[in-house]
Design a protein around this ligand. Structure first.
Ligand code: ZN
Ligand code: FE
Length: 255
């Protein structure tokens, strides 16, 4: 059974990721119910599964309105979210109907309960606001150490994994990546690619983890040039990959 993946744009820069298998549909982080309803009715689908990564309204706002009209299973973290049918803490493996198995990864940092969903058969990663293309989420609730460990667990997935992030932040993240590593040709290549995609009205996503490793500074804390740039900018020693990550994140917050 072939699966079709689509990024439904919502608000100014969100993506609601949607997957269908025959006429069965799954959506991730439906912040805006109208966007999902439109896609479901246009394609005559049945909304079976909703996955939530974290409690922020731009990811959860459509949940209750959608549940008024659709009978879906709703998975999400233990973050006081109304409408969940299954509360997850991370570490679970689920079987979700037509979509196969889903591994739930605990990725605290942006929020404390944040989870990511990995679908090994489809080589898909729904990362919410944890890992962005060329960037990572802000630390609203967790520590730099927590976020770094979370990113490391996502980075352990295969190169062929397609990263689906919840926001179109790629172009601005790449401007930061270029400041961190001005001599990295992978940054320039991705900048050109993203410029062309955006000019054509297309999302810059999904993108493979294999490519991300080449230019995302937050996945490159072990690279000496990255550690050096972070140390210089933060005026702080970066003698561990974790301290490099903390200095990079603080730099990005000021950037
Ligand atoms: Zn968020
Ligand atoms: Fe968000």
């Amino acid at each position: 059974m072939s699966h079709e993946l689509i990024a439904l744009p919502a608000f100014s820069d969100n993506y609601i990721w949607a997957l269908c298998s025959g006429d069965h549909a799954l959506v991730v982080d439906p912040g805006d119910p109208a966007v999902v309803d439109h896609w479901i009715s246009q394609n005559r689908l049945q909304l079976d599964v909703i996955l939530i990564t974290h409690h922020h309204t731009d990811h959860t706002g459509g949940l209750l309105p959608l549940l008024n009209r659709h009978k879906a299973q709703v998975f999400g973290p233990d973050e006081n979210i109304q409408g969940l049918t299954h509360v997850l803490s991370g570490g679970e493996t689920l079987k979700v109907g037509a979509f196969g198995s889903v591994t739930v990864l605990p990725v605290p940092g942006h929020t404390l309960g944040h989870i990511a969903y990995y679908l090994p058969e489809q080589e898909l990663l729904f990362a919410g606001d944890t890992l962005f293309s060329a960037g990572c989420g802000r630390l609203f609730e967790g520590t730099a150490a927590q976020m770094y460990a979370s990113l490391q667990s996502l980075a352990a997935l295969p190169d062929s994994t397609r990263l689906c992030c919840a926001h179109e932040y790629t172009a601005s993240n790449l401007r930061f990546a270029a400041s961190v590593e001005p001599g990295n040709p992978a940054v320039t290549r991705r900048q050109h690619e993203v410029e062309a995609l955006r000019a054509a009205g297309k999302p810059s996503l999904p993108v493979t983890l294999g490519l991300e490793r080449g230019y995302n500074p937050f996945l490159r804390c072990h690279i000496p040039a990255v550690a050096q740039a972070a140390s210089l900018q933060g005026n702080t020693p970066t003698d561990t990959t974790e301290s490099t990550f903390a200095a990079l994140r603080a730099w990005k917050d000021r950037f």
